[in-house]
Design a protein around this ligand. Structure first.
Ligand code: ADP
Ligand code: MG
Length: 600
């Protein structure tokens, strides 16, 4: 065994960075949290050099001249001083390791000035060595990170394509902006403004700036106070008719901190149970305020996980708040449930007012993308004849067949008709067999059949469509689609970007011709959230799932016969592409046993 040695400070910081700074988005998260903790209400983030250069400018408190050096060393923070403070954390940061970690894996310079100082200071920090000099700058802080991971090549290898890394950054900014509607946040990438919020306190406005104005029509307001427990939740949730295919649009903040927490997701799921089909999820942005001593935020280095003193209480509170919001929203009544003379709420409101005072006029004259709808329309207006010509051109590949009939029989297949007993609950098909009967889930049986067909064909017949339906996306989803444009084209999906993160579908696979366009896109996006190796497969699965008959769909006997016959002739027909069991057999022996008959 070798002898024991003390590690150098830079190496200690790099080891810590391994945990905290996983990718460019982690740097952005840490720095933007620092800006918000410093009381900034205007933050501008600029990303370049394949996401390895990150510049964040804020108008927060700035760092005191005498603290500059300390701020870049490990375990140095202005946010907690004692053990007791650890149980009443109201800031986002408190571990005092972000700046030390970042400066051990990137070239960092920082300009900062506090309100009581006539001059600013510049800090240059490389390999944990720090130089400070005087300089002129405005009040606030600018952190300039260059060549992230320049000295840890192993980390660079793990980075994904710049566009993918940028999508993570955009997700971080979107979530931060939703948690902080009082902060004007601008994200610039390769010189273009891709996210811009106005910071005028109104969460609805932030939602429309990040997603789309149309989404606002689909939202109910959540606003509930639990006086004895001093819990307060506010935000917006979608109507049951606006759903997505995964829980990525659960934006949950606790005391301003973005959290991914299973039991909270569950309480949201439960509030919508019976209102939306299984496998669909609402859009949710909620901000929960709880007394800081009820949560332990020191559970994970990246502070994503939180421990709760009172899990059941929080679960029930969120469930009730959302359920009330949706129910009164559906009844068309106001869902403001705030008691008028309530001390706790007044305190919350007062603190909000203090934090949310807005004194600046944002200057967005530079670097923003301005989208001229008229010139777009001119360029893209389709003449009916042009479209018809295009449709004709595509006809040979796009024979119009009904989605449910597009697959064909093979010679080796079972041609005997299945004996259909009937359809149970409009979801399960019951078929008689010589030694019992089987219950088949119609949706997943059909899904497996289509999936196997698609896998064999690969080349999907697609058709040109004439649509004016604009699909508004948030930036991260939009860029994911752009990133995979060629791949999607292979699957017969083509779209056109029309600015402002909006797209219009131009071509879709024939078998999806009856599906709503926004649902096609949202399930494709869901498929793309899987790792790169399985993306293609996931897209096939999602196309199969979308085009298969649904649960709760009444089917005529001939269609059931056809579906079962095709499914019986499909390879791997015992489970759906995600592994769920498709059929369950109950033997004649078992049935007879119930009635005291003994079959041989
Ligand atoms: P933490 O946020 O956990 O305290 P950091 O390493 O992120 O640790 O930052 C160290 C300290 O530097 C902070 O406690 C804060 O005092 C100061 N600081 C960092 N960024 C800013 C900023 N943008 N504005 C003002 N102060 C900052
Ligand atoms: Mg910090």
């Amino acid at each position: 065994m070798k002898r024991v040695k003390q590690l150098s400070e830079n190496l200690i910081n790099q080891i810590a960075a391994g945990e905290v700074i996983e990718r460019p988005a982690s740097v952005v998260k840490e720095l933007i949290e620092n800006s918000i903790d410093a009381g900034a209400y205007k933050i501008e983030i600029e990303i370049s050099n394949e996401c390895r250069n990150i510049r964040i400018a804020d108008n927060g408190s700035g760092i005191h001249k005498d603290d500059l050096k300390l701020a870049f060393s490990r375990h140095a923070t202005s946010k907690i001083y004692s053990q007791d403070d650890l149980w009443r954390i109201s800031s986002l940061g408190f571990r005092g390791e972000a700046l030390a970690s970042i400066s051990s894996v990137a070239k960092v310079s920082c300009l900062s000035r506090t309100a009581d100082s006539a001059v600013g200071y510049k800090v240059i920090c490389e390999n944990s060595n720090i130089e400070i000099s005087e300089t002129g700058c405005s009040i606030g802080t600018i952190m300039d990170i260059k060549d992230l991971f320049y000295n840890v090549p192993a980390r660079v290898k793990f980075l994904k394509k710049a566009q993918t890394e940028f999508a993570y950054i955009a997700e971080t900014i979107e979530s931060t902006a939703l948690a902080n509607p009082h902060v004007a946040i601008t994200l610039i990438y390769k010189g273009n403004t891709v996210i811009k919020t106005s910071g005028n306190i109104d969460l609805k406005e932030t939602i429309s700036e990040i997603f789309s104005k149309e989404l606002l029509n689909e939202l109910f307001e959540v606003n509930k106070l639990d006086e004895p427990f001093k819990y307060y939740v506010n935000g917006y949730v979608s109507t049951p008719s606006y759903t997505r295919g995964n829980r990525k649009s659960y934006y949950v903040f606790i005391n301003g901190r973005s959290v991914k927490c299973q039991f909270i997701s569950k309480s949201i799921d439960n509030a919508y149970r019976d209102l939306i089909p299984s496998g669909r999820f609402p859009f949710v942005v909620i901000n929960l305020s709880v007394p800081p001593n009820e949560i332990d935020v020191n559970a994970h280095p990246t502070k994503k996980e939180i421990r709760y003193a009172n899990t059941n209480q929080v679960f029930g509170f969120i469930y009730a708040a959302i359920k009330q919001a949706v129910e009164s929203g559906l009844r068309g009544t106001s869902n403001r449930l705030l008691p008028t003379s309530d001390d706790t709420f007044e305190t919350l409101e007062k603190t909000e007012n203090i934090t949310f005072v807005k004194t600046f006029e944002p200057d967005y004259s530079q670097n923003s993308i301005s989208f001229n709808f008229d010139s777009f329309k001119e360029k893209n207006s389709y003449q009916v004849e042009e479209v018809q010509a295009a449709v004709d051109f595509y006809k040979p590949i796009a024979e119009i067949v009904s989605p449910k009939e597009f697959y064909q029989f093979k010679e080796t297949e079972i041609i005997e008709k299945p004996k259909i007993i009937g359809q149970f609950h409009n979801t399960y098909i019951l078929i008689e067999e010589s030694d019992g009967f089987s219950i088949i889930d119609q949706h997943i049986a059909h899904e497996r059949t289509i999936y196997e067909q698609l896998k064999q064909k690969r080349q999907l017949a697609s058709q040109l469509i004439i649509s004016t339906q604009e699909i508004g996306l948030n930036y991260s989803d939009f860029s994911k689609l752009l990133d995979n444009k060629n791949l999607l084209a292979d699957f017969g999906i083509e779209f056109e970007e029309i600015g402002n993160n909006k797209i219009i579908l131009r071509k879709i696979p024939q078998i999806l011709s009856n599906e709503p366009h926004d649902e096609i896109i949202s399930s494709i996006l869901e498929a793309m959230s899987h790792d790169i190796q399985s993306i293609e497969n996931e897209i096939l699965i999602s196309i199969s799932c979308k085009s298969a008959v649904k649960a709760n769909e009444k089917l005529p006997i001939p269609q059931m016969e056809r579906l079962i016959q095709d499914w019986q002739n499909t390879p791997n027909n015992q489970t759906c592409p995600h592994g769920r069991v498709i059929s369950h057999k109950i033997s004649l022996k078992e049935v007879a046993g119930y009635f005291g008959r003994f079959e041989k």
